[in-house]
Design a protein around this ligand. Structure first.
Ligand SMILES: Cc1cc2nc3c(=O)[nH]c(=O)nc-3n(C[C@H](O)[C@H](O)[C@H](O)COP(=O)(O)O)c2cc1C
Ligand code: SF4
Ligand code: SF4
Length: 261
């Protein structure tokens, strides 16, 4: 089949997932491509994809699963037996049940998943003191992403729509309990520029005389920490620091991209 359109549907607070999806899409030469970036809720409206299109879904892995906020936002998208590619992006620990969860979800929404990949990107909890997969995706990862795209493109052109099998536990393992911590702000350094508020995917930040973070809304994506131009937004909370340190100490070995085509 010659697909008429490629669609990239992704959630990516710290841009790792976005980078990988864009690289994969470069293999679909001359196919019109549209992006649906779900990171900001205002970008989302109901959309049904036709059966002559292909959708690449990209999600970050949070605690071995697809974040709840992403599943909620994905509900706006449906297909009519539309071909789908599943991409889970994780921070060098593991993707656990995320691909299987994403697959089950998109099947319910009317998609036909034909390929999947698990890619590594910088861990959201990576800091100067505790770097975790700091340079991922690297050159190899990005080359692999292009090759992955080429394999999928070939599979579609050969009319091979076999359903992809992905690893994962069924029933899915329970989600980890929520931590009520958030990144912190060093008020003396903060210029109140508002960049952290603008980038927050769940509108958890309010800026008046000080920067206030709603811990019930915060998903700990660390987009605010990454974007702050003066390093005033940091991981200082003890529980979050402990997680960063533990991951840093335990994730020395670089995991490779896994593809299911
Ligand atoms: C709350 C939270 C939980 C995470 N859990 C995992 C995990 O279980 N395994 C893993 O390898 N990485 C985990 N990560 C790291 C992210 O999957 C990784 O940094 C990903 O690249 C983020 O995607 P983005 O750059 O598109 O935002 C987690 C990150 C956050 C914020
Ligand atoms: S991005 Fe940094 S400097 Fe700007 S308001 Fe947020 S914490 Fe303050
Ligand atoms: S406040 Fe929480 S949810 Fe918002 S950008 Fe920062 S870490 Fe992410």
């Amino acid at each position: 089949m010659n697909i008429k359109k490629l669609n990239l549907v992704y959630f990516s607070p710290t841009n790792g997932t976005e980078k990988i999806l864009k690289k994969i899409s470069t293999a679909f030469k001359n196919i019109p491509t549209e992006e649906f970036n779900l990171t900001k809720v205002e970008n989302i409206s109901k959309k049904k994809f036709r059966n002559n299109e292909c959708v690449i879904f990209g999600v970050p892995v949070y605690s071995g699963r697809v974040p709840d906020v992403v599943l909620e936002r994905l509900k706006a998208f449906s297909g009519e037996n539309t071909l789908a590619v599943l991409v889970a992006v994780y921070g060098n620990r593991h993707y656990d049940d995320a691909l299987l969860e994403l697959k089950n979800f998109v099947v319910e929404q009317g998609f036909k998943p034909i390929s999947a990949g698990a890619f590594v990107a910088r861990h959201s909890f990576s800091t100067k003191d505790f770097p975790i997969a700091e340079n991922r995706p690297d050159k190899n990862d990005l080359e692999t992403a292009v090759n992955f795209g080429m394999e999928i493109f070939k599979k579609i052109q050969e009319n091979n729509y076999d359903e992809v099998l992905v690893p994962g536990n069924f029933p899915l393992k329970p989600k980890s309990p929520r931590i009520n911590s958030t990144p912190s702000t060093i008020e003396e350094k903060c210029t109140k520029c508002g960049k952290c508020k603008d980038v927050c995917p769940v509108d958890a930040i309010e800026i008046n005389e000080i920067v206030k973070t709603n811990s019930d809304l915060c998903i700990k994506c660390m987009a605010c920490v990454k974007i702050c131009p003066v390093d005033a937004r940091l991981i200082l909370d003890e529980k979050l620091l402990k997680i960063s340190k533990k991951l840093y100490l335990n994730l020395k070995e670089e995991r490779k991209v896994e593809m299911f085509i």
